[in-house]
Design a protein around this ligand. Structure first.
Ligand SMILES: NC(=O)C1=CN([C@@H]2O[C@H](COP(=O)(O)OP(=O)(O)OC[C@H]3O[C@@H](n4cnc5c(N)ncnc54)[C@H](O)[C@@H]3O)[C@@H](O)[C@H]2O)C=CC1
Ligand SMILES: O=C([O-])C1=[NH+]CCC1
Length: 312
């Protein structure tokens, strides 16, 4: 008989999950996903339930990796909170199951996983699509994803300058104090992104905040917010002028307002580039439109579980 599930909360997940081990697993998972082989990955598009009364959504993200013996789902609730609200903007829980018995093996905090795997996938997009001589990184937004992206990007790339923009100067100051390295606070999006080689958009805005006319030709943009079909972070000029990569074509056509409303063509999935079936156009302006995938949570949770089981 199966034993009770283990519970692994945020501090433990944080201790066990590291970018250097996670990145190669995510690269492999993105490649497997893009092969569309059901023995490698079954991952339906996220089911999303509106939580109208609370101005939010619950996303359910199941994934089965038969060859790897990984069965997992994440529940993620995300909200558009009022300015000044002290309630969390995102809350996620990841559940790992035994595929043969169907019992739950582990329940773990999903916030640390969501922060780290999203930033790590954005960093993989930069590894593939950003110019190697990139020096300046601009981050738009100063919330949880901004922090995880700062940490992962500065660990993986030798940027000479990191700029940040927030709607509020106070939040930008708080962000600067919370990170381990130097950050230049910019008072406008334009000031932050002009001349930047890499731009990360991690805002909760629903209208475009990043305009193509400010973006340096050849820059790479990792667009992480705007995860609903009617939400935007990037304008049409940028979407139509760039080569657009996504994590999942089906996800992008169902959920990415920046893709759906601009009518921009999706050139490839990141997994196609990893598999060598589509080129990485580093010489052009590139956008990676990220929505987040269950397979990313599954490999992250399996890594945490394996480390936990090994008693690390
Ligand atoms: N692609 C993916 O895999 C994932 C995407 N997300 C999305 O990333 C975005 C950021 O998430 P978190 O950092 O967790 O949120 P957060 O609530 O911690 O931070 C949100 C940031 O957006 C800013 N913001 C809010 N409204 C804005 C507006 N109208 N214009 C400009 N900035 C605005 C806030 O000041 C804050 O800096 C959200 O849209 C979230 O849904 C989150 C998890 C995974
Ligand atoms: O992949 C994810 O966890 C999410 N994407 C959008 C909100 C949460």
């Amino acid at each position: 008989m199966a034993g009770p599930p283990v519970i692994i909360w945020a501090q433990e997940v944080e201790r066990l999950l590291h970018c250097r081990e996670l990145v190669p697993r995510l690269e492999a998972a993105l490649g497997k996903f893009s092969r569309r082989d059901s023995a490698e990955v079954i991952q339906p598009v996220r089911s999303t339930v509106p939580l109208q009364k609370h101005n939010g959504f619950m996303g359910l993200m199941p994934t089965y990796m038969e060859n790897d013996g990984v069965l997992c789902t994440k529940f993620v609730c995300f909200y558009s909170r009022q300015e000044g609200s002290t309630l969390p903007g995102t809350q996620a829980t990841v559940v790992l199951l035994d595929a043969e018995y169907g019992n739950v093996k582990a329940v773990m905090d999903g916030d640390v996983i969501t922060g780290m795997r999203t930033a790590a996938v954005s960093a993989i997009s930069a590894k593939l699509l950003m110019r190697p001589e990139a020096e300046v990184l601009a981050i738009l937004g100063t919330g949880h994803q901004a922090l995880s992206h700062y940490n992962v990007f500065t660990e993986m790339f030798p940027f000479k300058e990191v700029r940040v923009w927030s709607q509020s100067r106070q939040r930008a100051e708080r962000f600067r104090q919370s990170v381990g390295g130097p950050v230049k606070i910019c008072l406008s999006v334009e000031e932050a992104v002009r001349g930047a080689d890499a731009i990360v958009t991690v805002t909760k805005c629903t209208e475009p905040v990043l305009f193509g006319r400010w973006v340096k030709p050849g820059a790479h943009v990792a667009a992480v917010g705007a995860c609903r079909p009617n939400w935007r972070e990037l304008d049409d000029v940028l979407m139509k002028g760039a080569v657009v990569y996504v994590d999942s074509r089906e996800g992008a056509m169902a959920e990415a307002g920046d893709v759906i409303l601009s009518g921009a063509e999706v050139f490839a999935e990141l997994g196609d580039v990893i598999n060598g079936t589509k080129p990485a156009h580093r010489e052009k302006t590139t956008v990676f439109k990220s929505l987040g995938m269950g397979v990313e949570d599954a490999v992250s949770a399996q890594l945490v579980f394996d480390q936990w089981t090994d008693g690390k």
